[in-house]
Design a protein around this ligand. Structure first.
Ligand SMILES: CC(C)(COP(=O)(O)OP(=O)(O)OC[C@H]1O[C@@H](n2cnc3c(N)ncnc32)[C@H](O)[C@@H]1OP(=O)(O)O)[C@@H](O)C(=O)NCCC(=O)NCCS
Length: 166
């Protein structure tokens, strides 16, 4: 599988990034490199030819309590797994100049594809979870099949559903 994104490097221009959400602009400008150094997240970017970042997302390992997944899925999970391994799509943003051209969708599918590939052969993960920032983000993720978990506004999409997307 080829991906449209690459891990963030020092050559990428982060300072010009502006997506309309201050917290996501600050993240890529100030925190992203630190998070990578500490192995808290891998930041994947879509750069243009000059290195300017058109969009980015982050991935980390996470886990969720088996008690909060929908009953139909829960009953298929062995009791021994009190916590279920998941992939966290921590952040996803497209620069203002490139919004509404399909890049958000391409970045999301790129992230889901990576997660599905990793879950298949490298590290177990039964779903992708997101923590949407606001109502707009919720609407964006709902279009792709993310559903709410009953905790802290988290949404998730089972790996099984992701595989059906591709
Ligand atoms: C949300 C975001 C990533 C969408 O990126 P984008 O490149 O503009 O989106 P796309 O052009 O790929 O659109 C994909 C679909 O999502 C919809 N969409 C785009 N922005 C949306 C928004 N803000 N709210 C709801 N739906 C949205 C589009 O209508 C499109 O659906 P359609 O094909 O049925 O028309 C982008 O607006 C962004 O970076 N916003 C600021 C950061 C943010 O809120 N991130 C959310 C995760 S925390």
């Amino acid at each position: 599988m080829t991906y449209i994104t690459v891990p963030l490097e020092t050559g990428h221009n982060r300072s010009a990034f502006s997506c309309g959400k201050e917290i996501l602009d600050q993240y890529i400008q100030k925190q992203a490199r630190q998070d990578m150094k500490r192995h808290l997240a891998v930041v994947f970017v879509l750069p243009d030819e000059s290195g300017r970042i058109k969009g980015y997302y982050t991935l980390s390992n996470d886990s969720i309590s088996r008690d909060i997944v929908p009953p139909g899925i829960q009953k298929k999970m062995p009791q021994a797994y009190r916590n279920l391994p998941v992939s966290l799509l921590g952040r996803l943003a497209v620069d203002n100049e490139f919004q509404k051209q399909g890049l958000g969708e391409q970045l999301l599918l790129d992230a889901l594809h990576r997660c599905a590939d990793i879950a298949e052969t490298e590290i177990g993960s039964m779903a992708v979870v997101v923590d949407p920032l606001d109502k707009e983000a919720i609407l964006f993720y709902e279009q792709y099949g993310f559903i709410f978990l009953p905790t802290r506004g988290r949404m998730f999409i089972p790996m099984k559903t992701i595989k059906q997307l591709f």
